[in-house]
Design a binder for this molecule. Structure first.
Ligand SMILES: NC(=O)c1ccc[n+]([C@@H]2O[C@H](COP(=O)([O-])OP(=O)(O)OC[C@H]3O[C@@H](n4cnc5c(N)ncnc54)[C@H](OP(=O)(O)O)[C@@H]3O)[C@@H](O)[C@H]2O)c1
Length: 317
């Protein structure tokens, strides 16, 4: 990339300030801008985006690639006029470790009866609950990609049995791997805690619904199946999850992502006693850690070297 070629930073809902500052520090010899000089600005070489305005990249004549500021790219494909250039997502040890921390935190919280003990504490109740050992629980990971595989490894090291579900067939040491629609029931039938780390695509939208919850394992050592979703809110049908929690089909849920974000103040999920809720923070994108990696990916692309985060446009992830 030459000095007169520019990087466009296009974000909605995120303040671009911190990203701009790091781009300008790490890449001082070329400009990073938040607005092109008109819809057909010839100087824009790369677009780095988080929920960019649909149609805004369509006429940039020299755009070489679109970089997502997150690991997911569902927000990129919301643009019906997306130009036909490579889409590249974040694949970063920093982001992966943050997600693994979240998953291990939530799995251990449920395995160690965290929600029940917090409720007892409110009532000043001193009562010991059954405590299954990690080795007697199976954690099922829906989505055995970069994030799911790392979380699976760390949970396995703690002693949990691990099952996994992916689109394509896989063989991974220490994981009972299942794949495709045909493998879903077997996967659900052996998972005491289901962790969702799927991308949001045409195939996966709404997959966590009443039918899936009804097929989850029961009985389980925790009194019923537990759901943890840190993938995307569009994967879940919140009304079905609430019904399943109310009637006991689902024992408990940890949700980091929601159908509409921020979650509406009137949602019953906020106050449900068996829901742990976080505001889409499972793995935040840190500009200081991720901008140098994005710049390295741009250089790899320019030099014809392998690019880690290259997205399969047809699969949508
Ligand atoms: N909450 C947060 O803060 C946060 C942060 C970062 C990322 N995320 C979410 O986490 C997702 C996963 O990230 P990643 O880097 O692990 O993605 P990835 O490496 O692309 O892995 C995706 C996994 O999902 C599987 N999959 C995709 N479609 C499927 C289908 N129809 N049926 C069964 N399995 C399917 C893939 O199967 P194959 O292996 O067979 O291809 C793969 O194992 C992202 O897309 C993003 O939405 C959330």
């Amino acid at each position: 990339m030459t000095a007169h070629e520019r990087i466009l930073l296009a974000t909605t809902g995120w303040n671009p300030g911190a990203w701009l500052q790091v781009f300008r520090r790490e890449c001082p010899d070329r400009q990073t801008v938040t607005e092109p000089d008109g819809p057909a600005d010839p100087s824009i070489r790369y677009a780095v985006v988080w929920k960019h305005a649909p149609g805004s990249l369509a006429r940039l004549p020299n755009l070489r690639a679109i970089f997502s500021l997150g690991a997911g790219v569902d927000h990129v494909y919301l643009d019906p006029a997306l130009p036909d250039v490579p889409v590249i997502r974040i694949v970063s040890a920093d982001l992966t470790m943050r997600m693994t921390e979240y998953v291990v935190w939530q799995v251990l919280d449920h395995a160690r009866q965290g929600p029940a003990y917090r409720a007892q504490q409110q009532q000043r109740k001193w009562r010991e609950l059954p405590q299954p050992a990690a080795a007697s629980l199976t954690v099922g990971i829906m989505g055995l990609g970069v994030l799911g595989t790392d979380a699976a490894g760390k949970l396995g090291n703690i002693g949990f049995r691990i099952a996994g579900w992916s689109r394509n067939e896989k063989r991974i040491a220490g994981i009972a791997c299942h794949h495709g629609a045909a493998g879903l029931d077997a996967f659900l039938g052996e998972s005491d805690i289901v962790v969702v780390l799927l991308p949001l695509t045409v195939e996966t939208r709404g997959i966590i619904d009443a039918s899936l919850v009804a097929r989850m394992k029961r009985p389980t050592p925790l009194g019923g199946p537990v759901l943890i979703n840190a993938g995307r809110g569009g994967l879940q049908v919140e009304s079905d999850i609430l019904t399943a929690l109310d009637d006991g089909t689902l024992m408990a849920a940890s949700l980091d992502v929601f159908e509409n974000e921020p979650l509406a103040a009137e949602s019953r999920l906020w106050t449900h006693p068996r829901v742990t809720l976080t505001p889409h923070i499972a793995a935040t994108s840190d500009p200081a850690r991720l901008v140098p990696e994005l710049l390295r990916e741009m250089e790899n692309l320019e030099r014809g070297r392998p690019v880690k985060g290259l997205v399969n446009g047809r699969a949508g992830y």
